[in-house]
Design a protein around this ligand. Structure first.
Ligand code: HEM
Ligand SMILES: *[C@@H]1O[C@H](CO)[C@@H](O)[C@H](O)[C@H]1NC(C)=O
Ligand SMILES: *[C@@H]1O[C@H](CO)[C@@H](O)[C@H](O)[C@H]1NC(C)=O
Length: 222
């Protein structure tokens, strides 16, 4: 992909990053049922080096309203990951960006962002996050968060409204940096630019939950 190669060259990481083809061949979404929260997730392992992955998981209601609907996102990242972002529309620009970084033992900070240029994304009030009472930690090897997002499944690009199809596949993208945010406890911290960004086609239908609301309540969200 043009953007991947261009960006890898920019970051000076051509030898360290996997090619788009490798990523596409090796991985595909699978269904994962999380024993901690009880949600069924569609899971994708995004390679950010030849040997390391960040795990992205998505749980959706099986019978969502026709407009915007809630989604649960769970991300598991190795401690080497300084911040990671998920782009719900599969590009850096004009779609909700879920950025997160570890914050010591307090559990990760999640930050809502939006970019209109290939520079530090601004904050985005169109999406809000509620951290679930389960599924958040940082230990010696990994950090992980689990959050309800309101505003991640539908947005306006300025020229059109995009709504994710909960029973189909669509393009997602992620970004990774080993660099640490300047204020890890703040959801408006500045972040260093990513070293790797890549996209994949994600099958959301593997993470549908008939008991979505009930599971939210079980995980501390009323
Ligand atoms: C720290 C601030 C950031 C800066 C300075 C930055 C800068 C850039 C630059 C220069 C490119 C290359 C554009 C090209 O090759 O033409 C790029 C691409 C990309 N970035 Fe960022 N970025 C930042 C944050 C983010 C975040 C938070 C995400 C969230 C997922 C993200 C996702 C992407 C993706 C998916 C691409 C591939 C091209 C595209 O989809 O537009 N970036 N970024
Ligand atoms: C940061 O958190 C506050 C309090 O939960 C919230 O109102 C705000 O929208 C968040 N901002 C970002 C950029 O995530
Ligand atoms: C550390 O956290 C990760 C991610 O949640 C988990 O898979 C792993 O089992 C944890 N390790 C220990 C020793 O608890």
């Amino acid at each position: 992909m043009k953007f991947s190669l261009a960006f890898a060259a920019l970051a000076g990481l051509v030898s360290a990053r996997p090619s788009f083809l490798d990523l596409a061949r090796r991985d595909g979404a699978i269904k994962y049922t999380d024993p901690e929260t009880g949600f069924a997730f569609s899971e994708f392992k995004a390679a950010y080096t030849l040997t390391s992955n960040i795990v992205y998981r998505f749980a959706l209601p099986s019978d969502p309203p026709s407009g915007p609907y809630d989604a649960v996102i769970q991300v598991v990242a190795p401690v080497q990951v300084g911040w990671t972002g998920l782009a719900w529309g599969g590009t850096m620009l004009k779609n909700p960006l879920t950025v997160a970084y570890p914050n010591g033992n307090s559990g990760p900070t999640v930050s809502s962002r939006w970019a209109t240029a290939h520079s530090t994304p601004m904050t985005y009030t169109g999406a809000t996050y509620t951290i679930l009472s389960n599924g958040n930690r940082a230990n010696g090897t990994h950090w992980q968060y689990t959050a309800l997002c309101r505003g991640c499944t539908q947005w306006n690009t300025g020229s059109s409204t995009v709504r994710l199809n909960p029973t189909g596949s669509s393009r997602l993208a992620f970004a990774y940096s080993p660099g640490r945010p300047s204020s890890p406890s703040s959801n408006t911290s500045s972040i260093p630019v990513h070293e790797v960004a890549n996209a994949w086609s994600h099958d959301f239908s593997l993470g549908l939950n008939p008991n979505f609301q009930e599971l939210l309540v079980k995980n501390g969200v009323s």
